[in-house]
Ligand binder design. Structure first.
Ligand SMILES: [Zn+2]
Length: 226
């Protein structure tokens, strides 16, 4: 994995005309869009991580002017750019000030976003849209279980094809039986989803204006299922 180097961030100064003052911690934790070498949005990281990647030469900062002309900067040039074009959100070290990046592009890591969605509790909830797959009702996640359609002790696997969201009532009713033995029906046949979770992440979190161009591209290029 890419080593991360840290700086000693000293304080934060905002411009004289700053409307609000964000503290250093907030600035370093602000979200930065990560592009791969093909300029495809692949991830989101913290500004702290982005600084480390750029400082180590693994990534460059992407800036855009109003006409969407993109420029890339290594650490030195981003520092210079920060001096010539300062903005309200700046972080300072002992000796210099630097702008918080909004978008970075990786220089070496050119793997495409994985098409396979990780099999996690979170992603099963996402796939099933927090809907019990037996009664079809939507619940809070805290009121949903993961149910093995074919129970584990009857050879059921823990896979996309055999695990679904289920409410407590349906889960209890079904018990350790097959759906048909309990006279229950799945509202949808469970299968591995095809979407890339990245797009979902960006649409459910606040995004910076400068992300729009890349996120729109990711939206149109996403593989759809069904
Ligand atoms: Zn239910």
């Amino acid at each position: 994995m890419i080593p991360s180097r840290e700086f000693t961030w000293k304080s934060v100064k905002t411009g004289d005309n700053a409307i609000f003052h964000k503290n250093l911690h907030t600035l370093l934790n602000s979200q930065v869009l990560v592009l791969n070498r093909l300029w495809q949005a692949v991830n989101i990281c913290s500004a702290r991580r982005a600084f480390a990647l750029v400082y180590a030469g693994h990534a460059q900062v992407v800036s855009a002017d109003e006409a969407n002309n993109f420029m890339t900067h290594d650490f030195q040039s981003w520092r210079d750019f920060s001096t010539t074009a300062p903005e309200n959100e700046m972080v300072t070290t002992i000796s210099w000030k630097i702008r918080v990046p909004r978008v970075i592009v990786l220089l070496f890591f050119d793997r495409l976003p994985k098409k396979e969605v990780k099999f996690t509790r979170h992603n099963v909830f996402e796939r099933d849209k927090n809907t019990c797959q037996y009664c079809g009702e939507v619940f809070d996640r805290s009121d949903l279980n993961l149910d093995h359609v074919v129970p584990r002790d009857r050879g059921g696997t823990t896979t996309w094809e055999n695990v679904v969201c289920s409410c407590v009532a349906c889960n209890t009713r079904k018990g350790n039986r097959l759906p048909r033995e309990a006279h229950m029906h799945l509202i949808r046949k469970p299968k591995r989803p095809k979407w890339r979770p990245f797009v979902h992440v960006t649409f459910s979190t606040p995004q910076h204006e400068s992300w729009r161009h890349f996120v729109d591209l990711a939206y149109w290029n996403v593989e759809l299922s069904d």
